[in-house]
Design a protein around this ligand. Structure first.
Ligand code: ATP
Ligand code: MG
Length: 562
């Protein structure tokens, strides 16, 4: 099933319904949405939900979604993040066309709007300190107090605001505030700050400005300037909506987008806030922002997740108004379902055990035809070399197997996938440790292709690689980074205390069928019976691939499977 099928089966979510109604009523022929990241960190899977929603709605309505950087805090923002965010959105499969914007492009117009608010006596320059502003604001139970600067003349406010802009005052000494209502039950409406002084160069505007507009003021006006129709944001902005509307109503902007809030994505077994992700990186609990265990978009990409699987996930979880938790298993399943369809099969041995086929001629080798996908003949076949010495998975042999074990053991016969039946002959043990180091078998030349020569059945089929032809490689088995569903849920512990010590296991001695070296970095495969893996784009060298496990074949985390 591809994501389009999921869409067809599902009723519209409440936001898509609003968009559809607005089209039907003629209010908006063409919905225009935007994705507004702050370039102060890497995007994570929560952002993917917002990206898929905003770009998805535009795509479904033959319209366009703007990519707008909300770059109003120069202390935290960098070009480096701008580039990483563009790369992530593009990788997810979305196109902003020529609609790439920066809030900083509007600084001059935002300044003019602020002047207009002052002229309307709807904004004033305040000299209370940040701490005093907090005290004057009051609480949910108590109304606030007017600032002593609230009733300055328009002329004085205009002069002071200009002097703020001209750099005459120190940081923190003056702010511009909206003049709304200090008794409003909504704290956001108690004369919110619109501009603050920051003598910090901006990554795009350099030293042009030393006053910067606040998010709430910038966001609604940027939306209006871009003719956005539906401004979608997460629920914590619900209480900011009256301010969004107040700014646009007061300034009587031509365009007044509708802000609609939806529930943010919360995902179990991970943390999502940028601050916590940063702590994981800086504390070296992970190998950087794109560590395959990180739920950043760059981490998911590095791990090998197909972008379609992330879109499928966002489609599956839907969009609602109620806060909820999504189980990590849902994401893993979306990735698994995608790869089950798309990933070619290969044979790889993670923990090799040598098998010598005594009756196979020493100098001989042959090419075995193997299917690239057992259910998809259109994916074709490949040739896999076979020879007298092969490797099998150590766990596919047991000296003293229990009843239900159908793989190799003394006296047993099994099928080598696509190749031959082999029968156990003898084993060689390490004299010191007693560990089995080599198995000897005989093969039945009549069973070529793995088919039965005489109706005789074998119960087990195992995978293998030719010892003389295989290529050695490193495989990194990644698993969930945290052991508990909500690493942040317990007040007595730090989220770091919940890290999974086995989230990364590096296997240095793996063996793969040789054809794999022809595939470029990033290629994804199913290692038969083992899971889905991809060639790491950074750490692989030509002829020496490093593989990341993307996901196991089955969910081993749900309680039923434990
Ligand atoms: P964080 O709080 O995780 O550090 P942020 O909200 O500061 O992220 P922004 O750059 O402001 O990051 O977010 C850009 C957009 O992504 C916003 O519209 C925001 O609402 C949305 N977004 C962020 N986190 C989530 C989430 N968990 N689920 C859905 N949307 C999200
Ligand atoms: Mg935010």
């Amino acid at each position: 099933m591809d994501t389009n099928d999921i869409k067809k089966d599902k009723p519209l979510d409440f936001i898509r319904q609003i968009v559809a109604d607005d089209r039907a009523s003629g209010k908006h022929q063409q919905p225009i949405t935007r994705f507004p990241p702050e370039p102060n960190g890497f995007l994570h899977i929560g952002h993917a939900k917002s990206i898929c929603l905003n770009f998805g709605i535009a795509e479904e309505n033959d319209s366009i979604c703007h990519l707008r950087f909300d770059d109003t805090n120069p202390t935290k923002e960098e070009d480096f993040y701008v580039e990483s965010i563009k790369k992530d959105v593009d990788w997810l499969g979305y196109d902003w066309g020529d609609k790439l914007f920066f809030a900083s492009d509007y600084f001059a117009r935002l300044y003019d709007f602020a002047v207009r608010l002052i002229e309307m006596d709807k904004a004033y320059v305040c000299e209370l300190t940040a701490e005093q502003i907090r005290q004057y604001r009051g609480t949910l139970k108590e109304s606030g107090k007017d600032s002593p600067y609230r009733n300055r003349s328009i002329a004085l406010n205009l002069e002071l605001f200009k002097r703020m802009k001209d750099g005459e005052f120190t940081e923190g000494s003056h702010v511009l505030r909206a003049k709304i209502d200090m008794a409003s039950p909504n704290l956001n409406m108690r004369d919110p700050v619109l501009y603050r002084i920051m003598k910090v160069p901006h990554h795009r505007t350099g030293d042009t400005w030393c006053i910067y507009p606040m998010y709430d003021y910038t966001h609604c006006l940027s939306d209006a300037l871009e003719n956005i129709t539906h401004s979608l944001c997460t629920l914590e902005f619900e209480d900011h909506r009256p301010l969004y509307d107040w700014v646009l109503d007061t300034l009587e902007t031509d365009c007044h987008p509708r802000q609609i809030e939806f529930a943010r994505l919360n995902l179990s077994y991970t943390v999502m806030s940028k601050r916590k992700l940063l702590k994981l990186v800086e504390g070296r609990y992970v190998d950087g922002w794109d560590d395959p265990r990180m739920l950043t978009i760059s981490g998911l990409r590095r791990r090998g997740c197909p972008p379609a699987s992330i879109r499928r996930f966002c489609e599956t979880i839907g969009v609602g108004k109620k806060e909820s938790w999504i189980d990590m298993g849902v994401l893993e399943n979306c990735i698994r379902e995608d790869l089950n369809e798309s990933a070619p099969r290969v044979m790889g041995i993670l923990d090799p055990l040598k098998v010598v086929i005594d009756n196979y001629p020493e100098e001989q080798s042959e090419e075995i035809e193997a299917k690239n996908h057992p259910q998809k003949p259109e994916m074709g076949t490949r040739k896999v070399p076979f020879s007298r010495e092969i490797y099998i998975e150590r766990s596919d042999f047991m000296e003293d197997p229990p009843k239900k074990y159908f793989r190799l053991g003394p006296g047993r016969e099994v099928r080598l996938r696509y190749a031959y039946y082999i029968r156990f002959a003898s084993m060689v043990k390490d004299e010191q440790t007693g560990e089995v180091v080599e198995i000897h078998c005989t093969y039945d030349p009549q069973s070529k292709g793995g088919s039965s020569p005489d109706g005789r059945k074998v119960k087990g089929t195992i995978h293998w690689v030719s010892a003389t032809h295989c290529i050695p490689c490193t495989v990194r088995l990644y698993d969930r980074l945290f052991l508990t569903e909500n690493p942040e849920g317990d007040k007595t512990t730090e989220f770091i205390d919940h890290l999974n010590p086995e989230s990364k296991i590096v296997l240095e001695n793996c063996r793969l069928e040789p054809g794999i070296v022809d595939h470029p970095p990033g290629s994804r495969f199913q290692f038969e019976r083992q899971g889905y893996f991809s060639i790491d784009p950074e750490d692989s060298e030509s002829g020496k691939p490093v593989f990341n496990r993307i996901v196991t074949l089955r969910d081993s985390w749900t309680k039923a499977n434990r």
